[in-house]
Design a protein around this ligand. Structure first.
Ligand code: HEM
Length: 467
C-alpha cells in the first residue's frame, strides 16, 4: 500500500514497531480481525498496520467509508485473503479482478437467479431444508441435549445453497462428521487466511500440499455434479436453478457462454460464499434472541400474527416479518460476518479531501467498526437493539453507514437470498421453540474468513402455546 499513499506518514500506526515483524507482535494469528478492532479504538477512523514488509491502511470512520463508497472514484480491490483464493476460484464472481470480462458475463447471466421470481421458486426448497433442521433439533431435544448452533446453522445453509443452486444434497443432517467437501472447503479457506500471517508461502509447504489435495477434491466433486446435470437431469427442479443458468444461458449482449472451467469456479464460489456468512448471521441472531427474551417475544408475536394458522409460511409471508428482519439486521450490524472489504482508487484522488491516493492504492473498510462508530450509532453502539432499523431511524442515518453486504457493483449478489433464508429460519425456530441460553456462556468470536460465535450451544423447549 505504501507506494500508493504519498502522505502515509500522516496516518497513525501502533506506537511500537518491530523490525521485520512490524506490528505483528502481540497479534493473535487466530483473531486478526478482533485484534485490528482493538487498534481501531486506539488509533481512530483511519490507521495503518504493518505486517512484515507490507503496510495496510484501515478505515472505519463513517465519512471516510462513505467516500470510499463513491463508485466513480473507487472500486473493489482484490487483495489479501481474496487474492489468496484465486488458485481455487480464479475469475469467478467474488475473486474476479474488475477488468476481467468473465465478471460482467457471469454477473449478467446469474443476476436473474436472484430475482424475486427465482427466490419464490427457491422458497419451498428452503422450507424442506429447514424441516431437516427442526427434525434434528426435535431429536436433540427429545434426547435431552443442547444444540450446536453454529454447526447446525452451517449444515442448514450449506444444504440450502447446494439444493437451490445445484439440486445437490450433501446429506449434512444425516451424517455424524462433516461432509468431505466441507472439510476441503474449510481447509482451503483456512490456508488462504494463514498465507497472510507468513512472509512467504514456502513456510507452509506441508499445509500447501494438503491445500492442493483439497482443491483437487473440490474440483472433482463439482465436475461430477456438472456432468450429472449435463448428462440428463437438467431440470434444476424445473425452475432453472443457478447451475442450469450457468450451463444454458447465452449472454444476451455478447453471445458468450461461461466456459466449463468458469462454471466450476462459480459453483465452488457459490457453495462457499453462499453458506458461511449466512450461517454466522443466523448464529449471532440466535445468540441475541436467547439473551433477550423480550426481543424474542416481540419477534415471535409478529410471526404468529403474520403466519396465522399456517403451518408453513408462503413466500410473501416472509417479507412481511419486518421485526424478525430487524433482528437479523442488528445481528449483522454488531457482527457483520464478512467483517471487511477492500476498495482501491480508480485514478489518483484524495480520500475525504485529506489523504492523497495514487491510482491502485487501496484501503480496507472495517465494517465491524463502521457499524459501531459512535458518531453514527450513538454512545450505546455496542447494545443489541433491533429498533435501530425502524424506518424513521434508517432514514435519519447518513448513507453508507451500514454495509454488511459490501458496496457498489461488486456488492453481494446473494443478499436477498441470504435475508430470505435467514428470516424464514429464525421465524420457524421462534415459532417452534423457546430458546434457553447457557448462563455461563460468554460470546467468543472465531475468525476464518468469516465470523462465528464460538461454542454457542442453546437449550430448547418445544413451545406449547398458543400452537
Ligand atoms: C459478495 C457478504 C450471503 C454470494 C459479498 C460481499 C460481502 C458479502 C461483504 C462483498 C465482498 C467484497 O467487496 O470484496 C455476505 C453476507 C452474507 C452473504 C454478510 C450473509 C449474511 C451470500 C449468499 C450468496 C453470496 C447467500 C450466494 C447465494 C456472493 C457473491 C459475491 C458476494 C457471488 C461476489 C459478488 C461480485 O463481486 O460480483 N458478500 N454475503 N453471498 N457474495 Fe455475499
Amino acid at each position: 500500500a505504501e507506494q500508493g499513499w504519498p502522505e502515509l506518514e500522516r496516518i497513525p500506526h501502533p506506537p511500537r514497531r518491530i523490525p521485520l515483524l512490524g506490528d505483528l507482535l502481540g497479534a493473535s494469528r487466530h483473531t486478526p480481525l478482533q485484534d485490528t478492532l482493538r487498534y481501531a479504538w486506539q488509533l481512530g477512523p483511519i490507521f495503518r498496520r504493518k505486517a512484515f514488509h507490507r503496510e495496510f491502511v484501515f478505515v472505519w470512520g463513517h465519512s471516510l467509508a462513505a467516500d470510499l463508497a463513491d463508485e466513480s472514484r473507487f472500486a473493489k480491490h482484490v487483495g489479501l485473503g481474496i487474492a489468496n483464493l484465486r488458485p481455487v476460484v480464479g475469475d469467478a464472481l467474488f475473486t474476479a479482478y474488475n477488468h476481467e470480462p468473465n465478471w460482467q458475463t457471469a454477473h449478467d447471466v446469474l443476476a436473474p437467479g436472484f430475482s424475486r421470481e427465482a427466490m419464490a421458486a427457491y422458497h419451498p426448497m428452503m422450507l424442506d431444508v429447514a424441516a431437516r433442521l427442526t427434525g434434528h433439533w426435535d431429536r436433540e431435544l427429545a434426547a435431552g441435549r443442547t444444540v450446536d448452533v453454529p454447526g447446525d446453522m452451517t449444515k442448514l445453509t450449506l444444504e440450502t445453497i447446494a439444493r437451490t443452486g445445484f439440486g445437490h444434497d450433501f446429506g449434512s443432517f444425516e451424517r455424524d462428521r462433516l461432509h468431505p467437501f466441507v472439510t476441503a472447503m474449510v481447509g482451503t479457506l483456512t490456508y488462504a487466511q494463514r498465507l497472510n500471517s507468513v512472509p512467504t508461502p514456502a513456510l507452509l509447504r506441508r499445509a500447501g500440499r494438503r491445500n492442493d489435495a483439497d482443491i483437487a477434491y473440490l474440483h472433482r466433486t463439482v465436475d461430477d455434479l456438472v456432468r450429472a446435470r449435463a448428462g440428463g437431469g437438467g431440470d434444476g427442479g424445473g425452475q432453472g436453478d443457478l447451475l442450469d443458468r450457468m450451463l444454458d444461458t447465452v449472454h444476451p449482449g455478447t453471445g458468450e457462454r461461461l466456459s466449463a472451467e468458469n462454471v466450476r469456479r462459480q459453483v465452488i464460489t457459490f457453495l462457499v460464499a453462499g453458506h458461511e456468512t449466512t450461517s454466522g448471521a443466523l448464529s449471532f441472531a440466535l445468540h441475541y434472541l436467547a439473551r433477550h427474551p423480550e426481543i424474542a417475544a416481540r419477534a415471535r408475536a409478529e410471526v404468529d400474527r403474520v403466519w396465522g394458522d399456517a403451518d408453513v409460511p408462503g413466500y410473501k409471508q416472509v417479507a412481511k416479518l419486518r421485526y424478525v428482519r430487524r433482528v437479523l439486521d442488528e445481528a449483522l450490524r454488531l457482527w457483520p460476518t464478512a467483517p471487511a472489504f477492500a476498495r482501491e482508487a480508480r485514478e489518483d484522488t484524495v480520500l475525504a479531501g485529506e489523504h492523497p491516493m495514487r491510482r491502485g492504492a487501496w484501503a480496507l473498510v472495517l465494517t465491524a467498526m463502521l457499524h459501531r462508530d459512535p458518531e453514527v450509532w450513538g454512545p450505546d453502539a455496542d447494545r443489541f437493539d433491533p429498533d435501530r432499523f425502524e424506518a424513521p431511524a434508517v432514514r435519519a442515518r447518513a448513507a453508507h453507514t451500514y454495509k454488511p453486504f459490501g458496496t457498489g457493483a461488486r456488492a453481494c449478489i446473494g443478499r436477498q437470498f441470504a435475508l430470505h433464508e435467514a428470516t424464514l429460519v429464525l421465524a420457524l425456530l421462534l415459532r417452534r421453540y423457546d430458546l434457553r441460553p447457557d448462563p455461563a456462556y460468554r460470546l467468543r468470536v472465531t475468525e476464518r474468513l468469516t465470523l462465528m460465535p464460538e461454542g454457542l450451544r442453546l437449550g430448547l423447549e418445544r413451545r406449547t402455546t398458543p400452537r
